[in-house]
Structure formats: structure tokens, C-alpha cells
Ligand binder design. Sequence first.
Ligand code: 6PG
Length: 261
Amino acid sequence: MERAVNLYVLPDADALGLAAAEQFVDLARASILSRGRFTVALSGGSTPRRLYQRLAGSPLRDRVDWRRVEVFWGDERGVPQDHPDSNYRMAKEALLDRVPIPPERIHRLRAESADRASAAREYQAEIARAFEVDEAGQPPSFDLVLLGMGDDGHTASLFPGGEALREARRWAVSVEAPRPPASRITLTAPILDRAREIRLLVAGADKAATLRAVLQGPHDPTRMPVQLLQPEDGRMIWLVDEAATSELEPAAAGRAGGAAR
Ligand code: 6PG
């Protein structure tokens, strides 16, 4: 089956961070205008850090009504919140400490908990409360989900071959990752696919072979978990830098901005 892929190619990781930050601002403004708030699931990884730094600086910082922004995480590593590997700590230092988001609107994933299964269940309940929906019903729609992609094709903490890939009901689950830190909690495809907008940020030549396998190889989400993402009604856009596209077939690479396969 042919599946449309929205692929935007930026010259380098810095330009990618800026483009993603500008899209974040536009989506935040539109969501706040139409629904009174902006719900976003943040990602860990080195690429999003650049985006957060851009958002925290002038002029973008002043274009968002941060009091109406509600922050979640797509995944978290099983480390204390002040650990260098903590996705929360990274977002806090790069962005959250620098903008006036009310603390009660920052929903941290407690992956350091000794009982991660309970922490995952509690996160689902917290999401349901924040969106005022029933946990037994359909998962709610984040206005924006930011994700990265690992060189093994993982996204959030959905790793190749993992049980979490088959999750059809729960919104958040505890996982053992094949790379450290191994203990993690991740959101699952059922809630990620309900997002209004997904941005996948991929930078660097070390991702080039994986990007080719994901976009131009066979559909095999067990091997390439990022292929699991198939938004129901939302829009998914890949924001990638030139280095990451270096192994794409020329036809697809040349269709940046609306590539299809
Ligand atoms: C995590 C991340 C993970 C990340 C990718 C890409 O907590 O490990 O959420 O899914 O986004 O591994 O990371 P980079 O942007 O650093 O390559």
C-alpha cells in the first residue's frame, strides 16, 4: 500500500531545531486560540534539545502564552529527575525553567519509581484527568507529539521486538529497553496515534541508513517501531536534516516537503 510521507529537509540540525520551534509556536497559538490550551508531549534526545533552546529564547519565547501550555512526556528513563539521562531534566533545563508554565500543568513521568507498572497506570490516569476523559474510553488527542528516532528505529521507548509494540489498550506501559537506561516508561501507539500533530525529528548521518529503511524499506514495525505510527486523523511530519537523508533514494529525497512512497 502506498503511504504518503510528509518529509521536510533542513540543511542541518540547527536549522531543524529552529524549524521545529517555529512549528511548535504556530501550533501552540492555533490550539490556544481554538481550544484555550496547548497540550504537548515532549521527547528526549539531542535533537529536541535544540528545539527547546530555541523556544526558550527570543523571539519565539514571547510568541506563546505559556500559562496555557500543558506538558507531558512521550517517554522517560528510569533515573531520578535530576539525573543527566532524565528526559524531564533535559526539558526543564532547556525550556521549562525559562518559561512561565504553571507547575500543575507539567506532568512528569515517574519512571524512577520502584513500581514502574503502577507509575505507568498512574500516568494514564493523570492524562485522563488533565483531558477530562474517561480512561475506559478512547485516548485523548495531544495537540502535538514530539518524537525522535533512534538508529535502531525506536521511537519514544518503543524498541524493536518489544512487547509494548503490541499494546492495543493501555496508553502508557513500563518497558525494559535493550539499551541503557534499560528501565523506562513509554506512551504507546494507541494514544500517540490520536495526536492532532506529530513531528518526528531526525538529524545526523548516523540515522541515514535507518531513515532509508523506515521510509523506503518494507513495513515491519517489529523491526522498525517508528513505522507503527499511523495517526488516525492527525498529521505526521518528518523534520530531518540533510545528513539524515544521505542514503534515501534520490526520488524520495527530492520530494522534500511532500514526499510519497
Ligand atoms: C529517549 C528518547 C528517544 C529519542 C531517540 C532519538 O528517551 O531515549 O525519547 O526515543 O528520541 O533515541 O534520540 P536523539 O535525538 O538523541 O538521536
